[in-house]
Design a protein around this ligand. Structure first.
Ligand SMILES: Nc1ncnc2c1ncn2[C@@H]1O[C@H](COP(=O)(O)OP(=O)(O)OP(=O)(O)O)[C@@H](O)[C@H]1O
Ligand SMILES: O=C(O)[C@H](O)COP(=O)(O)O
Length: 407
């Protein structure tokens, strides 16, 4: 259990500065609704209903990238989820922002502009340095308390995440509480039976690092996606090569080859690899091939095959806990969704403790009509989930723990 002060501990009628993570896919300049809005809305609604004056901060994208936008569209989506007005001010800590904060009445909600539009936010620095930036020193006197709900950004040492807890009483929001507990479970909880981890997706470098770090905690790894093909390649099969203009395999193979070979060598008995793979046949339909029959590099494989999906079911059903990181195939294309959906269905049928992480993978849950309630937790964190899985501490979380300990 964490040792945070939570929003239950806030003094009545506070003016609270709340850090959310509303970083979202952007389409045609507009933020797309997603789980992050729905989850953070609970914290925001609870604060407003309790009569606090609620000032929200969040980031979107990074300067120089296409997804670096204003948060005005985010305010509209958030308001729909909260069921209350969310005012927006196109300023981070200037006179306009401060005047809007001062004018708030009890129960009103205000979203400030993208924190990354302010120069003090981004360069990573110590909490002490961040707490002395103009961004923090200008905003802090206009509020009574700081609430961090942005677990999924807590690995970043940015001003809005690590600067405020040093100058204001700091509390954890509801999303921070639930994400912390579920995501640290693999590193901190004892399970009675086997622990299984489903490993896939495109970020092989990240997940192979997690496999290495968790070798002693996880009883079996079920592999697919890019990492799965790289392990098959290490086992001597001619797969996991970039085909056409793909750039997923060769670079990650060069960067991780030694680690993959040593993990396979030391934990080979715990690593389950696909025995068949799926690809796009000449007729455009899904085609499958047994891994043992692949003797030359010709195809780009886009999913694990049906024999593999069937073989991954029993170990999941026997598990006491299952953690998912990354999809087993290109599930966005229905032809190649069998691996990802197959393991999610197997998990949903059990009553084991289960955490599904990663923004992309968790999207498969609604795409294929699965019920989120059948999983113990569907995480909204990407980079922070990876770090939590390996037991690495997150700077912004540590500061909330320090704040509670110093009480
Ligand atoms: N064999 C494959 N070839 C190409 N892409 C694949 C393959 N298998 C899975 N994918 C892709 O992996 C993506 C999910 O992987 P990613 O590593 O981004 O994981 P995530 O954990 O869901 O997301 P994030 O960490 O970005 O929040 C899916 O969009 C899927 O299309
Ligand atoms: O979307 C995320 O994973 C977090 O908001 C962190 O965003 P960043 O990787 O741009 O810092």
């Amino acid at each position: 259990m964490s040792t945070f002060r939570t929003i239950d501990d806030l003094p009545a009628d506070s003016r609270v500065l709340v850090r959310l993570d509303l970083n979202s896919p952007i389409d045609d300049g507009e933020p797309q609704d997603n789980r992050r809005f729905e989850r953070h809305a609970e914290t925001v609604r609870e604060l407003a209903e309790a009569g606090h004056r609620v000032v929200l901060m969040a980031h979107q994208g990074r300067p120089g990238r296409d997804d670096f936008t204003s948060l005005s569209g985010h305010a509209t989506i958030l308001a729909e989820h909260v069921g209350r007005d969310v005012a927006f001010v196109a300023d981070t800590y200037g006179d306009e922002a401060l005047a809007a904060i001062d004018a708030l009445d009890a129960g009103e909600i205000l979203l400030l502009e993208n924190t990354r539009m302010c120069d003090d936010e981004l360069p990573e620095a110590s909490p002490e340095d961040k707490s002395q930036t103009e961004f923090v020193t200008a905003l802090a006197p206009h509020v009574d308390a700081y609430v961090n709900d942005a677990y999924s950004a807590a690995h970043r040492k940015h001003a809005s995440l690590v600067g405020f807890p040093l100058v204001l009483p700091a509390y954890a929001g509801r999303v921070m509480e639930t994400e912390y507990e579920a995501n640290t479970a693999i590193a901190t909880r004892e399970f009675d039976g086997p622990v299984t981890m489903v490993v896939g997706g495109t970020k092989a470098t990240d997940v192979i690092g997690v496999m290495d770090a968790l070798a002693g905690k996880v009883d079996r790894f079920l592999l697919g996606g890019v990492a799965g093909e790289l392990f098959l390649r290490a086992a001597g099969h001619p797969v996991g090569h970039d085909v056409g203009d793909m750039d997923l395999f060769d670079e990650q193979w060069a960067a991780n080859r030694e680690l993959i070979e040593s993990v396979l060598d030391e934990r080979g008995d715990a690593i389950h690899l696909a025995t068949d793979l799926a690809y796009e046949g000449d007729d455009g339909e899904r085609a499958e091939v047994a891994v043992a029959d692949i003797d030359e590099k010709t195809e780009g494989y886009l999913d694990v095959g049906s024999e593999t999906v069937a073989a991954y079911g029993p170990p999941i059903r026997e598990s006491d806990a299952v953690f998912v990181k990354g999809a087993l195939g290109v599930f966005e294309d229905e032809r190649f969704a069998d691996g990802t959906v197959g393991v999610l269905e197997a998990i949903a049928e059990t009553d084991c403790f289960s955490v599904v992480g990663g923004g992309d993978t968790s999207r498969a849950i609604e795409m294929y009509g699965l019920d989120e309630a059948d999983f113990s937790h569907v995480s909204i964190a990407g980079g922070a989930y990876i770090r939590a899985l390996t037991g690495e501490s997150l700077p912004a979380v540590e500061l909330l723990e320090d704040a509670a300990a110093a009480e």
